[in-house]
Design a protein. Structure first.
Length: 178
């Protein structure tokens, strides 16, 4: 049985929620899973697989994501790995795959790590949960991209069946010999 470490970088909690679901599915398949925030990441020793989930804020993944990868690159390369990105852009059919999502393409351009599995998930839009500044910025972006702009909007764009499929793919990844 594999030991999997799931790390997340989140702003409003949707990436954590997705990681919780991945852990639940994998545990249901009898995998040992450790889940924690990226800023509390332990040594990767003892883990066979590493999953990293990161949300987008103001058009970027948190710089801590890239710092973690740089600091742990050899360990990441010697383990089975998966990365996923969470954004409101991924709500759109033309941008909801790793190959078509601009944030995933930006990640791949900036990161030396090439995990076996890549995925993108739509995030959660909850205007009342944002600061006034973020609410206005996101409403403007949504207006530009023809998304909902009503300040009372609360909608979850995460495709949970897609999360479950991704979870099963992670569970079935081959463990790399180190």
């Amino acid at each position: 049985m594999s030991k999997t470490l799931i790390l997340f970088s989140t702003v409003h909690g949707q990436t954590r929620k997705i990681c919780d679901r991945i852990a639940e599915v994998m545990r249901g398949l009898d995998h040992e899973v450790t889940l924690m925030p990226l800023d509390q990441a332990p040594s990767l020793e003892g883990f066979d697989k590493v999953v990293l989930g990161a949300s987008i804020r103001h058009g970027k993944h948190n710089s801590a994501v890239y710092q973690f990868i740089e600091q742990n690159l050899d360990a990441l390369r010697s383990r089975a790995g998966a990365f996923f990105s969470v954004s409101l852009v991924a709500r759109k059919q033309a941008k909801n795959t790793a190959a078509t999502n601009p944030y995933m393409q930006d990640f791949l351009a900036k990161s030396p790590w090439r995990p076996e599995l890549l995925e993108v998930f739509g995030g959660n839009l909850h205007y009342q949960g944002y600061s006034a500044m973020d609410r206005n910025i996101i409403r403007f972006i949504m207006w530009l991209t023809k998304g909902p702009t009503d300040p009372n909007t609360k909608v979850e764009y995460t495709d949970w069946q897609k999360v479950d499929r991704f979870s099963r793919e992670i569970a079935s990844m081959e463990i790399l010999s180190r």
